[in-house]
Structure formats: C-alpha cells, structure tokens
Design a protein around this ligand. Structure first.
Ligand code: ADP
Ligand code: ADP
Length: 216
C-alpha cells in the first residue's frame, strides 16, 4: 500500500505511522525525521537545513525533493510506503505525482488526520522526544514509564527546538497557508480519507485501520 499521511503539525501523524507501519508492513518515511537525522551529522546539508527546521520554516522544495528521491534509491519503499510530512505544498505534490507516474506507481489513500488548532497547540507544546532513538512522547497523553526518560534506551527526553510557543504559531500558519490546500488537491484525485484525530491515540488508530480496510 502507498499512503500519504496529512494533517497539521502535531496532530499525531508520526505516532500513527509507527503502528500503521507494522500493521501494513510497509516503511514509514518521514521527511522531518530524515532532516533531523541530517542535523546530527557533519553533512553540509545538515548545516543548511538547520536554519529552516529550528525556525519552523519549510526546507526549500528542491532540497526536499532531492532527499525524497535519495530515499527512493532504497529498495524497501518499492513495495509500498507511508509518507509523513511530504508533500507539504502544491509544488511538492506536483513533483511527487510526476515521480510516481514515471515509476508507474499510484497512491492508494491520503489519510487526512484532523484536529482543531487548540488540540494541536497542546500536543505540540507537551511533545517530548528521545534524542537517541527519536521515539515521541507527550507529557500528559503519552508519558514515558519512568520520569522523563525514554522507555527504549533511558535517555533523558528533550523538547524539539521547533516546539517552542513562537515557532508553533509560525508552523501552524505555514500549514494553513501551504499544506492544507493539498487536501483539495488530493480530493480532486478522489484519494482523501479524513479521520477524526481528536480522540485518543488508540481511537485514531482504529478509525484509520477501519477506513483503510474499506478502500482495499
Ligand atoms: P511535524 O511532525 O511537527 O509536522 P515534521 O517532523 O514533519 O514536523 O517536520 C519538521 C520540519 O522539517 C518542518 O518544520 C520543516 O522545517 C522540515 N520539513 C519536513 N518535511 C518537509 C517538507 N516536505 N518540505 C519542507 N520542509 C520539510
Ligand atoms: P506529528 O507527527 O503529526 O507532528 P506526533 O505524532 O509527533 O505528531 O504527535 C504530537 C504529540 O501529540 C506527541 O507528543 C504525541 O505523543 C501526542 N499525540 C499523538 N496523538 C495523540 C492523540 N490522539 N491524543 C493525544 N496526544 C497525542
């Protein structure tokens, strides 16, 4: 299956992708995760993208498309994928459509997880991540087992630089302005499934699985 996860920053795309990945047995590809991994290296692209990530701005399209093309050199995504965080504007969506067409691939569904901005702000401000393995937690809704230590490797959790209040506002504005129009873009292709993302993580998972089951 080839799926694109859509929705505002912090709605729970990454959280859902982890369980969907094992349910559907296709890899989760997050451009945000790829960029954050580049930040941890000495790679010149990492230095270039930091100025965008830390300030909540979109990385330029050309660089983003290049990162996606590089990811497609790996074979695992050829059997299917769950894309999370890409495409993020109409230009990227058009480039991705062209790329898919060249490979004779089609998207099965665009899963649009929806929640109002008030919920999003709570989720983003309480998000904590493990700097070692990348696992995501929340101070109230998705707590680690012990204090603020990662369940997997006991590393102290941190707050992402772009989850600070001022940057959250900027990211939400960019979402409304540039990413939300993609719902219309993919609706025209008959691909959008909208999921109520206001419930618990488990509830959202169940709704997603049910909706995907109906299109198979
Ligand atoms: P969130 O999970 O909060 O929506 P992501 O992890 O998807 O955030 O993205 C974090 C940051 O990585 C973005 O704010 C942006 O700087 C960069 N980024 C990720 N995907 C893209 C993309 N498709 N186009 C441009 N920038 C991107
Ligand atoms: P995204 O990938 O869309 O940016 P995340 O999956 O990182 O979002 O989730 C953002 C934050 O909200 C995390 O702290 C996560 O633990 C929490 N979260 C995710 N889904 C839910 C939910 N349904 N209810 C409450 N909190 C959630």
């Amino acid at each position: 299956m080839r799926i694109i996860l859509m929705g505002p920053p912090g709605v729970g795309k990454g959280t859902q992708a982890v369980t969907l990945e094992s349910h559907l047995n296709v890899p989760h590809v997050s451009t945000g995760d790829i960029f954050r991994a580049l930040l941890r290296t000495e790679d010149p692209i990492g230095i270039e993208v930091r100025k965008y990530l830390d300030h909540g701005l979109l990385v330029p399209d050309e660089l983003t498309n290049q990162v996606v093309t590089t990811r497609f050199r790996e074979q695992d995504v050829h059997k299917g994928f769950i894309f999370d965080g890409y495409p993020r504007n109409v230009f990227q969506a058009e480039s991705f459509d062209k790329f898919l067409k060249e490979h004779n691939w089609t998207i099965d569904a665009v899963v649009n997880i929806a929640a109002p901005d008030e919920d999003i702000i709570k989720r983003l401000s309480g998000r904590r991540v493990c700097p070692t393995c990348g696992k995501t937690y929340h101070l109230e809704s998705n707590k680690p087992k012990v204090d603020t230590l990662c369940d997997v490797d006991q590393t102290p959790l941190i707050q992402r630089e772009d989850d600070k209040p001022e940057t959250i506002k900027k990211r939400l504005a960019i979402y409304h302005d540039q990413t939300k129009p993609l719902i219309e873009y993919y609706s025209k292709q008959g691909l959008v499934i909208t999921i109520d993302g206001t419930g618990t993580i488990e509830k959202t998972h169940d709704l997603t699985i049910k909706a995907l089951g109906e299109i198979k």
